[in-house]
Design a protein around this ligand. Structure first.
Ligand code: 5RP
Length: 207
C-alpha cells in the first residue's frame, strides 16, 4: 500500500518545507485544495520540480469543466488530479480524456457521495485510475465519526481505492487490511510536532 501525504497548508513555502521533511517516507505528495486555491497551480509545479521522483497529486476537486481543469493541472506537473464523484459523468470523462492525452491519471473523490459503492464502480468504468473513499475535514469533525463506513465501501466496491478521513497510526493498519491501494494522511502529518517522525511512523505501520 502506498502512503500519500496531504498538504493542507496555505503557502508554497510551507508546502515545500513540509514535503522536504516527509518525502522519504511517502510515495505520493498531495497539494490540498485550500493550498491550490491560495497559492495557485504554481505550487504543483514547485513540488514536482523539488520532488521529481514522487507522484504529485493535485487535489483539484473539479466539479465542472473536467477536461480543461485536468489539462491545466497536468500541464502544471501533476501526475494525478481529482474530480468529484458528484460531478456529471461528462465531467469525469472529460478529465479522463485529458489524462490520457498527458499519460497521467484521474482520481475520483467520493466525498459527499451517499452510495459510494455504486458510484465507485461507475466512475471506474469511466476511466478513473482509482477512487478516493473520503470523509472530509468537516465530516470528520462530527461526533461519532470513524473510518468503518469508508473501509467497508472500499472493500465492497472491488475497484482500486484510497482512503482519506483523518487516517493516523492507530487506523492505518485497518486501511491496509481493507485492501486500499493508498492511505492518505493529512493532519496526522502536517499538524504533528515532528512531521518527519509522524510520516515515518505511518510508513513503519504498513511496512
Ligand atoms: O482532501 C482533504 C479534505 O477535503 C484532506 O486533504 C484529506 O481529508 C486528508 O487529510 P486528513 O488526513 O487530515 O483527513
Amino acid at each position: 500500500m502506498k502512503l500519500q501525504v496531504a498538504i493542507d497548508l496555505l503557502t508554497t513555502e510551507d508546502a515545500l518545507e513540509l514535503a522536504g521533511k516527509v518525502a522519504e517516507y511517502v510515495d505520493i505528495i498531495e497539494l490540498g485544495t485550500p493550498l491550490i486555491k491560495a497559492a495557485g497551480l504554481s505550487v504543483v509545479t514547485a513540488i514536482k520540480e523539488a520532488h521529481p521522483d514522487k507522484i504529485v497529486f493535485a487535489d483539484m476537486k473539479t466539479m465542472d469543466a473536467g477536461e480543461l481543469e485536468a489539462d491545466i493541472a497536468f500541464k502544471a506537473g501533476a501526475d494525478l488530479m481529482t474530480v468529484l464523484g458528484t460531478a456529471d459523468d461528462s465531467t469525469i470523462a472529460g478529465a479522463v480524456k485529458a489524462a490520457k492525452a498527458h499519460n497521467k491519471g484521474v482520481v475520483v473523490d467520493l466525498i459527499g457521495v451517499a452510495d459510494k459503492v455504486t458510484r465507485a464502480k461507475e466512475v471506474r468504468a469511466l476511466g478513473a485510475k482509482f477512487v478516493e473513499m473520503h470523509a472530509g475535514l468537516d465530516e470528520q469533525a462530527k461526533p461519532g465519526f470513524d473510518l468503518k463506513g469508508l473501509l467497508s465501501a472500499g472493500a465492497e466496491a472491488r475497484v482500486p481505492f484510497s482512503v482519506a478521513g483523518g487516517v493516523k497510526v492507530a487506523t492505518i493498519g485497518d486501511v491496509q487490511k481493507a485492501g486500499a491501494e493508498v492511505a492518505v494522511a493529512g493532519g496526522a502529518i502536517y499538524s504533528a510536532a515532528d512531521p518527519a517522525l509522524a510520516a515515518k511512523e505511518l510508513r513503519d505501520a504498513i511496512a
